[in-house]
Design a protein around this ligand. Structure first.
Ligand code: UDP
Length: 370
């Protein structure tokens, strides 16, 4: 017998919302549920003092794909915010990502040749041929001065482990540039939705039934009976009742402060490298939208050990956890009528544009097969 909905979509983050939008556009009846009190997953913004506060950490949209950029811009116009974080190290401010400005601030080098020579000299002394951990990887990529000033202590705070015990791949993507370019991302398109990310989610979910404060696991049989198929974007191990074990994450704790000043740090993101600060960065949200409010809201980001009662942010893709994930993945492939997708169900630290692209591909395939 035909059920009430074609799709029950569990989780209203970017994966669920894009899937719901595409399925609805194709004439399917969808119900979206979310256990939180709001939609949007981790891109959700909370309005404080007229400022869109990125409640679950800074989200800066970037992509090289014109089609994807046009896709998101049809729901809300994006501004031209460019991510140019600063780093405070041993009392001095530096530009990130590592570029000619940083090298000048660190060594006083004027030309790209001088900066290259300085880095090569350091790599020759400290680098190793086959880096086996994050420390060796960093020393082989950028040398000791940069590692000591910007990487070691930040990374050890972020991950709660020694850099020598962390996998090298975490910093494989560290950009190094020999131009005076402080743009963190290499992508062609970059920005923040004007009016905040909630507008993007509202646009995607327009006209679709959504119920918040509703946990699928509170009554699986009831929810399973509602729809022909399920789109699941939650934690994959939770879906299988943790029967093979628990996948580990790194978590974050955010502390917001409303300050009676119009400008606290002059930039959206300032990283705090030194171990003497417990937090890794301070976000000043108004700068994402060039805000002119008289007050400001800042967030200090404290990395935390994860446990099943706090939020899962960064998957720990080490050998042990990755192997466990692969076992869960095998199980997921046997689940008929369930589509798994997104950061938590694929145990992968996706950027926003990657999740949207994935939801578009999956929904296209699914809706064509139907
Ligand atoms: N990182 C670092 N110093 C910095 C910023 C980043 O060493 O000032 C390293 C750190 O190991 C971190 C990784 O680069 O886990 C990725 O950081 P990024 O800020 O790009 O990612 P996000 O945390 O914003 O997802």
């Amino acid at each position: 017998m035909k059920k009430q909905y074609d799709y029950l979509i569990i989780g209203s983050g970017l994966f669920g919302s894009v899937f719901a939008h595409e399925a609805t556009k194709a004439g399917k009846k969808c119900l979206v549920i979310d256990k939180r009190e709001h939609t949007g997953g981790n891109v959700y913004c909370e309005n404080i003092e007229g400022i869109n506060v990125h409640k679950y950490g800074a989200h800066i949209f970037h992509t090289n794909d014109k089609g994807l950029w046009d896709y998101v811009n049809q729901f809300v116009e994006f501004n031209n915010f460019t991510n140019s974080p600063m780093s405070l190290s041993k009392g001095k401010l530096y530009n990130l990502p590592f570029n000619m400005n940083t090298f000048y601030q660190l060594w006083g080098t004027i030309t790209p040749q001088e900066a290259k020579a300085k880095i090569e000299e350091q790599i020759a002394i400290y680098g190793v041929e086959n880096p086996k951990n994050l420390e060796e990887q960093a020393l082989s990529l950028v040398g000791k001065d940069i590692y000591d000033n910007f990487i070691k202590e930040y990374t050890e705070k972020q991950w709660g482990r020694k850099a020598t015990e962390l996998p090298a791949f975490i910093i494989k993507r560290l950009p190094v540039r020999f131009t005076f370019d402080n743009n963190y991302f290499n992508d062609t398109y970059q920005g923040i939705p004007i009016g905040g990310y909630n507008k993007l989610i509202e646009g995607l979910l327009k006209g679709i039934e959504v119920i918040t404060n509703t946990d699928y696991f509170s009554d699986r049989p009831k929810f399973d009976a509602l729809a022909d198929k399920i789109v699941y974007s939650g934690k994959i191990d939770e879906y299988f009742d943790y029967k093979l074990g628990v996948l580990e994450y790194r978590s974050l704790h955010f502390e917001n402060e409303v300050l009676d000043t119009d400008n606290f740090q002059g930039n959206a993101v300032v990283n705090y490298n030194d171990a003497s600060y417990d937090f890794t960065r301070i976000i000043e949200h108004k700068h994402f939208e060039f805000g002119k409010q008289s007050k400001t809201v800042i967030t200090k980001e404290y990395p935390q050990e994860w446990n099943p009662s706090n939020e899962a942010f960064y998957p720990i893709n080490d050998t042990k956890n990755q192997a466990l994930f692969e076992e869960y993945k095998k199980l997921s492939l046997q689940e008929e009528n369930v589509i798994f997708g997104g950061r938590l169900s694929e145990y992968k630290y996706y950027d926003m544009h990657q999740v949207i692209a994935l939801a578009l591909t999956r929904s296209k395939k699914e809706l064509k097969n139907d």
